[in-house]
Design a protein around this ligand. Structure first.
Ligand code: JET
Length: 239
C-alpha cells in the first residue's frame, strides 16, 4: 500500500516512522510519502490561499497548487484505483466500515485542507479522475486535515492483512463486525484486587458461558447508555 500526504505542514507525517506504522513501513507493507503543497507554488511568498469569492471571513486554498501537485504525484490520466481522501468537517462520517474498505486498496492520497477549506473545484476535479472520499471524523473543527489524516491512516493500516501481530484482537474490538455494532465490554487484568477495586467475580470463574453472557450484557448496557444512536429498535429487541 502506498500512502501520500499533501499538506502545507508535511512535518506532521514524520511521526509515521514510529511504532506500528514504522514497522509496516520497514517491512514493506506500507510506503509513506509526505509532500509540501508549497513546492507547487511559483511566487516569492509561495502563496497557497486567497480571499473567498462572494466574500466572507477567512481564506480559501487556491486550486492551482493542488492541480500541479496531483499531476506530479498521481498523474494526468483518470485511475479509479487511486483513492483520494479529503478530511473535512462537512464530509461523510468516517467509520470502521470505511476504514475496512480502504484497507484493501493499493494507493491512498490524503489531501489536508487548511484555512476555511479547499477551492471546491479541486474536489470536483479529483472526483473526475480518482475515487474520492470526503470524510468527517466527527462534529468538530480542526485547524487542518493533518491530524485527521493521521487518525484515518492508523484506522486503515492496522486492518491491512499482515500488519497486526494478532488479527484475532481485531475481531473483538468495538465497531468490528463480531460485536454486532455494540461497544466493547469493560476489560480487566491482574491484580485481581487493586486499591480496593476487584475484578468482577464472573471473570475469574472459568465458566466461559457465564463470562460470555456477562460481556454481552455489559456491551448492551454500555451501548444503550452511551450510544443510543447505535441501538436501533431491532438491535435492542434482539439483545
Ligand atoms: C474539501 O475538504 C476541505 O476543504 C477541507 O478543509 C478543511 C478546513 C479546515 C479543517 C479541515 C480539517 O478537517 C476537520 O477539521 C475535520 C475533519 N473531521 N472533523 C473535523 C479541513
Amino acid at each position: 500500500m502506498r500512502l501520500d500526504y499533501l499538506s502545507i505542514f508535511p512535518g506532521y507525517f514524520d511521526v509515521l516512522g514510529i511504532s506500528l506504522l514504522g514497522k509496516a513501513a520497514v517491512n514493506g507493507l506500507v510506503d509513506v510519502y509526505a509532500h509540501d503543497l508549497r513546492d507547487w507554488t511559483h511566487d516569492r511568498h509561495r502563496t497557497v490561499d486567497d480571499t473567498p469569492c462572494g466574500g466572507g471571513a477567512g481564506m480559501v486554498m487556491k486550486p492551482d497548487p493542488w492541480g500541479e501537485a496531483f499531476d506530479e504525484i498521481i498523474g494526468t490520466e483518470p485511475d479509479p484505483s487511486v483513492h483520494v481522501v479529503f478530511p473535512s468537517p462537512s464530509g461523510e462520517p468516517f467509520t470502521q466500515s470505511v476504514a475496512h474498505d480502504l484497507s484493501s486498496v493499493e494507493r491512498i492520497v490524503f489531501c489536508c485542507g487548511r484555512y476555511e477549506g479547499i477551492d471546491h473545484r479541486v474536489i470536483d476535479y479529483a472526483r473526475s479522475m480518482w475515487t474520492v472520499h470526503e470524510v468527517s471524523l466527527g462534529d468538530y473543527v480542526l485547524n487542518g486535515g493533518e491530524v485527521a489524516a493521521l487518525a484515518i491512516t492508523e484506522a486503515v493500516v492496522r486492518l491491512v492483512p499482515g500488519f497486526m501481530g494478532n488479527p484475532q484482537s481485531l475481531a473483538e474490538e468495538s465497531f468490528s463486525a463480531g460485536q454486532d455494532g455494540l461497544l466493547e465490554y469493560p476489560l480487566f487484568t491482574r491484580p485481581v484486587s487493586w486499591r480496593g477495586l476487584d475484578v468482577p467475580e464472573v471473570l475469574m470463574s472459568g465458566h466461559h458461558g457465564r463470562i460470555a453472557k456477562w460481556r454481552r450484557d455489559e456491551s448492551i448496557r454500555l451501548t444503550r447508555e452511551r450510544r443510543p444512536d447505535l441501538t436501533d429498535s431491532d438491535v435492542s429487541a434482539r439483545h
